[in-house]
Design a protein around this ligand. Structure first.
Ligand code: BTN
Length: 261
């Protein structure tokens, strides 16, 4: 296992870590612009599948729709590089698997049960604790690479604006949480789920995701760049698309901002 720095943080994560693909190689930075940006640079240079890039601070962290992602010291900001042999429209399954692995990792380390909000936010008590940004490059029927970027508010402070809609694990648990233990717990799970996914076990991922999302039957509003849709969620398909029953029809939605009504 190679690492960019030999930090105690990293040592705690990799100690007897026997994952098959994910985290065999981890880069740890004190400070970086964005772990997703760095991951994409590594892909261009040529890199093994499963490399993880983790940073204590990001100066240019980004969320979905290019929104600024506040990434001060104390949080867990990391990305994983994958080359899955699946079609582009199945890419969402990997993000779903990541959500499940984080919920379970948080449960193991803090005892707290987070909830998944479609497409891939994790909430505690209705407030966001984790966001996932999956970026991929694909040909018509083949994913060339996929970078999953994950941001978890662990021990970091939240600015005044964020406090209204976001929370952190330290706040919810009432004590400091080990970022190394959390990342390690996550890597063990996501490696298992990723291997299952490569074997074609999509149902397992979808069913676990559904069990933490509580979304079926809920009335919601989904906003994308062009329109706002309102309806009842009847299902989430094997590709992670939301199936929404509106007044006149059923629609499959790939992504958007969801609000519970
Ligand atoms: C979102 O909810 O909009 C997704 C947030 C993703 C943030 C993570 S932090 C690590 C990685 N690097 C980034 O710049 N973004 C992701």
């Amino acid at each position: 296992m190679i690492s960019r720095s030999d930090s105690p943080f990293l040592k705690e994560i990799i100690h007897e870590l026997d994952t098959k693909i994910i985290g065999r190689n981890i880069y740890h930075f004190d400070i970086i612009d964005s772990t997703n940006l760095y991951a994409k640079k590594l892909v261009k240079k040529g890199v093994d599948e499963g490399v993880v890039i983790v940073a204590d601070v990001q100066t240019s962290g980004r969320g979905r729709k290019n929104r600024i992602w506040s990434s001060p010291k104390g949080g867990l900001w990391f990305s994983i590089i994958l080359f899955p042999n699946i079609s582009p429209n199945q890419g969402m399954l990997i993000t779903m698997a990541c959500s499940v692995a984080i919920v379970q990792g948080i449960k193991e380390i803090t005892g707290i049960t987070a909830e998944i909000k479609w497409p891939n936010d994790l909430l505690i008590g209705g407030k966001k604790v984790c966001g996932i940004l999956t970026e991929l490059d694909a040909e018509f029927d083949r994913i060339k690479y996929l970078v999953v970027g994950i941001g978890i508010n662990v021990n970091n402070p939240l600015n005044e604006k964020l406090k209204k809609k976001a929370t952190s694990l330290i706040k919810e648990a009432g004590k400091k949480i080990s970022r190394a233990k959390l990342l390690r717990a996550y890597l063990i799970r996501i490696d298992d789920y990723y291997n299952k996914l490569l074997l074609g076990d999509y149902r397992f991922i979808r069913n676990s995701w559904l069990s933490y999302s509580n979304i079926i039957g809920k009335r919601v509003q989904v906003r994308d760049d062009k329109k706002v849709l309102t309806g009842k969620v009847t299902d989430v398909d094997n590709s992670g698309r939301l199936i929404l029953e509106t007044e006149n029809t059923k629609i499959r939605i790939v992504s958007g901002d969801l609000k519970y009504l």
